[in-house]
Design a protein around this ligand. Structure first.
Ligand code: AMP
Length: 320
């Protein structure tokens, strides 16, 4: 994840929750991508703090730092080194088709070349560790497809080197929408005051935000054909609760919007409460988080080194 702002429930339901659930099935590696963050100007002092805040939120949400490696991208320079190699094997046209780049281009007056090359760095983040599965939200599916294509292209050009990873989207919660504009995905960079529920928002703010969320003009929940805002609230509830489709229908079909909003609020507040409590305890002493990040980087560095040795051998970069 990028340490560019408060993590919101879209980040949690789209990615972090799946990471927590899957972590003991594998040898997980979780990165905080500060090189990605600076594709857009970041206040330097703020960025330091935000990196540690995101790490604390990973752990507070249930990532076990004894089992999983948690580290900061720029602590392992091989990410940038491999990204350059990928920038060289990636056709310009592939990057031009990335919808996230096109959307950001429209939002900003001036765009750095780093934003254009962003997906090659993301491919490096993944392929450096020969990752088999990458659990992400739906907005990253296109970048993951590109990552797969880059791995295949490199393998064709230079010989079998990279594992071609699988994208894993959650069944529910892969695309959480803005509360104020339910046709747009919930995003850290959106400016509307009623747009996103952040993981650290207190209960009264969550209540207010959900209370103001856009619904539709029907009298109650039309479960088979809800408007975008109502569908979003139902999705948020289902993703947090883990309820089945049948349970959802039985409980919510025909419900008045005031009652729906109360149920969603209670669910979100109760699920975020333990995360917030853990976060407070963890950040009381920043030394613990810094130690976790240091150890994480030390654990992944040998894997990165091994991959880069292979890349140097395959591409003919100087090893003398
Ligand atoms: P980012 O905010 O780009 O650093 O994204 C971190 C992770 O959160 C990625 O796996 C995204 O796919 C996921 N994510 C971001 N926004 C949403 C959203 N609105 N709904 C679901 N997943 C999201």
């Amino acid at each position: 994840m990028q340490p560019t702002g408060n993590l919101h429930i879209g980040n949690y339901l789209g990615a972090l929750k799946t990471w927590v659930l899957m972590q003991y099935d594998r040898e997980p590696i979780f990165c905080i991508v500060d090189h990605h963050a600076i594709t857009v100007y970041q206040e330097p002092k703020e960025l330091q703090k935000k990196i540690e805040d995101v790490a604390a939120l990973y752990v507070a949400s249930g990532i076990d730092p004894k089992h999983a490696a948690i580290f900061v991208q720029s602590s392992v320079p091989a990410h940038v080194e491999l990204a350059w190699v990928f920038t060289c094997v990636t056709p310009f046209g592939w990057l031009s088709r990335m919808t996230q780049f096109k959307a950001k281009l429209e939002q900003q007056e001036s765009v750095g070349a780093g934003l254009f090359c962003y997906p090659t760095l993301m491919a490096a983040d993944i392929l450096l560790y020969q990752a088999g599965i990458v659990p992400v939200g739906e907005d990253q599916a296109q970048h993951l497809e590109l990552t797969r294509a880059i791995a295949q292209r490199f393998n064709t050009l230079y010989g079998e080197t990279f594992v071609v990873p699988e994208t894993r989207l959650p069944a529910v919660g892969a695309r959480v929408m803005g509360l104020d504009e339910p046709m747009e995905k919930m995003s850290k960079s959106a400016t509307g005051p009623n747009h996103a529920i952040n993981l650290l928002d207190p209960p009264n703010r969550i209540r207010k935000l959900i209370g103001r969320a856009v619904t539709d003009s029907k009298p109650g929940v039309d479960f088979d054909d809800p408007g975008a805002g109502v569908r979003n609230l139902l999705n948020i509830f289902q993703a947090f609760s883990g309820w089945t489709d049948e349970q959802m229908k039985e409980n919510f079909a025909g419900m008045r919007y005031g009652d729906l909003k109360k149920a969603v609020t209670d669910m979100v507040v109760s699920q975020l409460e333990p995360i917030q409590k853990n976060y407070e305890e963890l950040t009381a002493d920043r030394g613990t988080i810094r130690q976790i990040l240091k150890e994480g980087a030390e654990r992944v560095a040998p894997i990165a080194r091994q991959t880069m040795d292979l890349v140097r051998e395959r591409t003919g970069l100087y090893r003398g």
